[in-house]
Design a protein around this ligand. Sequence first.
Ligand SMILES: C[S@@+](CC[C@H](N)C(=O)[O-])C[C@H]1O[C@@H](n2cnc3c(N)ncnc32)[C@H](O)[C@@H]1O
Length: 436
Amino acid sequence: MAASVSGRDLVLEALLMITRDGEYSHIVLKNILDTHQYLDKKERAFITRVVNGTLERMIELDYIINQFSKVKVQKMKPVIRCILRSAVYQMRYMDSVPDSAICNEAVKLAVKRGFSGLKGFVNGVLRTISRKKQEIVMPDREDKESYLSVIYSLPKWLVGHWLKEYGEEAVEQMGTAFLQAAPTTVRLNLNRMEKEDILKLLKEEGVTVSEVPGMPEALYLSGYDYLAGLPSFREGLYQVQDQSSMQVAKLADPQPGDYVIDVCAAPGGKAIHMAELLKGSGHVEARDLTEYKTQKIWENVERSGLSNISVVCQDALLKTEASIEKADILIADLPCSGLGVLGRKPDLKYRVTKEDLTELQNLQRSILQVVKDYVKPGGRLLYSTCTINRGENEENAGWFAENFKEYHLVSRRQMMPGRDGGDGFYIAVFQKENHE
Ligand SMILES: C[S@@+](CC[C@H](N)C(=O)[O-])C[C@H]1O[C@@H](n2cnc3c(N)ncnc32)[C@H](O)[C@@H]1O
């Protein structure tokens, strides 16, 4: 794309790649910002905000557009649909640009993309929405599923599923939390540098820092342009990891000399945390399915400077005989539906289907059935997911305890967004009996 390309062109490009072509929002945004490094900080922030905001609120935006447009959103050309969605998002949630300018820019963009014949339509729909802002009617609260779906931009099937499993209050709490800006949470590598010195460095780099309540080893970071470009990041003084996810290594409580196997480790958050807690002793084997994923672990391990961790490309569904009864601690942080991190991955809610939940529940059981044999007698297995779904969480933990009697459930916890401070996350800790 030419260097003269504007922020709005890039917003449109990104939304098309995500909603029409099915690409992942975080990858699309990263590629666009990497390719257009000449953009200033303000423009980059604008692109990120409009793309993420439009995705976060897409169900609500479509509902509003459908109230004022004869052609329904699903029947529109993808380009027009994306232009309207992002324009309505800006009108409702950003004060920096007046509505008239948002309309003009949207019309220009439609023309630039070859839709001159639709400029009257784009202009008409947007100006009507701008004029009738106060007359927008939300679904009746009595129709709980429709109401919560539009208010929190959550797919209706998911609202129904969560209403059944957790109740209305929990859905409102989660819905609200997912729409709030999710801070970047990092875990400090205090083996490398004292917290005070890391704080000083971050301040010099212009990063805004705040404390994570009750977790002195963690910080919330904001106000930076490109985290991976900061010297403090490149030197491995911290790893990006949510506070809920940090609970896994804390609960695992590794002892000096322990052997740890993490069967699904990319990008390495929990495996690296375990290696740090071992303070140079013991060993962590961080495994994942593909070369691409293991490379991601390597990049983080290299930055961390740890030497008691190795990275292995290994399918967790295939048993490795050499690993049988080798691990003091086994981390099974398995692929899941990710419903606890919808606040960080705004496009995920449109991808996950009800059928996926069952498929993932079965995949998790298949993996657990294989990797349970890697634990030494007397060792521990930690099963975790970043989701909020009883099938993948409580039901699977119950199934495991029921079917593998050599294990007993020590503790389990469902962390909820909006209630427990971090992402939605589930952890079950199992102890394997010692048959000596
Ligand atoms: C929830 S993520 C792991 C996050 C990681 N534990 C961390 O803390 O950074 C699940 C991982 O499982 C991996 N995975 C999926 N299927 C797998 C399989 N059959 N064998 C090994 N890894 C698999 C995915 O590539 C993904 O990286």
